[in-house]
Ligand binder design. Structure first.
Ligand code: SAM
Length: 303
């Protein structure tokens, strides 16, 4: 069955305001908090409590979530993680086909987003069965929405690659990326990644969103050069999303932005020629105009 051809609504026969708002005989992908347990929605709790079975990445974590809400799931919790997702998909299909309400959660956030879930969703759809959503928290959307960077168009890269060759290729693909880039990074590798990126695009804006919705929530904003320096000087702990500005279109790059990028490169000790080359590569601006601007600024004593 083609996913795009599906026309059956998930809640047919149900009235607005009726309780349980999700009909049986489907898989429901339920988002759960990324830190603050208070972010579980009323509808998420209702579905988790009324589901015939809840598939969880880690049943202990999900029990903690339930008990924080003073609730006990009606039926058993089952595990679904990346190592058993294919095998478990068959079981999920059988349950949905016999009319059960099957809920799926991950440890935190939205299942299927850098988490198990996408394969079971595809399998249930391929079997011609219903899948619906109880939307809610996701670290990538939470970070992007408070980044202050452009949100109209963005690209999610998942977890940053670990192998040097793959990392270099990823960075290269961002050289001319106009959309905002979002990726997940571990605290152990954050400073290395920021240092590597700062070498390539020192004046590009970046936001490091750490421990969102938790006690030690912190959002660090600045240019890559600034944020890399800040983070290098500290011990980095917790869960992290990095949001990186896209490259401004040539027409939108003002002289002020080019001048600031030149000043930053010169302040790092680059020669005028190297600073111009870096800014041209980074911002995609004209070499002739940037060189002329650099000479003007030097004549004016700006740097
Ligand atoms: N499915 C989840 C979602 O929708 O947010 C993402 C799961 S992924 C395995 C976990 C990664 O998400 C963490 O390593 C971190 O990069 C990011 N993350 C999760 N919770 C976070 C939080 N509270 N603050 C910042 N980043 C978080």
């Amino acid at each position: 069955m083609l996913v795009g051809m599906s026309t059956v609504g998930p809640n047919e026969g149900m009235r607005e305001g009726d309780g349980p708002t999700i009909a049986p005989g489907q898989l429901v992908v339920v988002a759960t908090p990324i830190g603050n347990l208070g972010d579980l929605s009323a509808r998420a709790l209702e579905v988790l409590l009324s589901a015939d079975v809840v598939y969880c990445e880690d049943t202990r974590r999900s029990r903690t979530l339930f008990s924080a809400h003073g609730a006990t799931p009606r039926r058993r919790l089952q595990t679904l993680h990346e190592h058993n997702e294919n095998a478990t998909s068959v079981e999920v299909i059988e349950r949905v086909a016999r009319g059960e309400l099957v809920a799926l959660v991950s440890d935190a956030g939205t299942p299927g987003i850098s988490d198990p879930g996408a394969r079971v969703v595809a399998a249930v759809l391929d079997a011609g069965l219903r899948v619906s959503t109880v939307p809610g928290p996701s670290a990538l959307i939470a970070a992007l929405s408070i980044s202050g960077l452009a949100t109209e168009r963005f690209v999610m890269e998942g977890f940053m690659a670990r192998k040097p060759g793959e990392r270099a290729a990823t960075y290269e693909s961002w050289r001319h990326e106009g959309r905002t880039v979002v990726f997940y990074e571990s605290p152990q590798r954050l400073t290395t990644t920021l240092d590597e990126l700062a070498q390539l695009f020192p004046s590009r804006r970046v936001v490091v969103a750490r421990e969102l919705t938790k006690v030690h929530e912190e959002v660090v904003r600045g240019t890559l050069a600034q944020v890399a320096t800040t983070m290098r000087a500290r011990e980095v702990l917790g869960e992290i999303v990095v949001v990186l500005d896209g490259v401004a279109e040539r027409a939108r790059v003002s002289d002020e932005v080019v001048a600031a990028a030149l000043d930053e490169s010169l302040a790092r000790g680059l020669t005028l020629r190297d600073a111009v080359a870096l800014v041209v590569a980074e911002l995609g601006v004209s070499h002739r105009e940037t060189y002329a601007l650099a000479l003007r600024r030097r004549a004016e004593g700006a740097s």
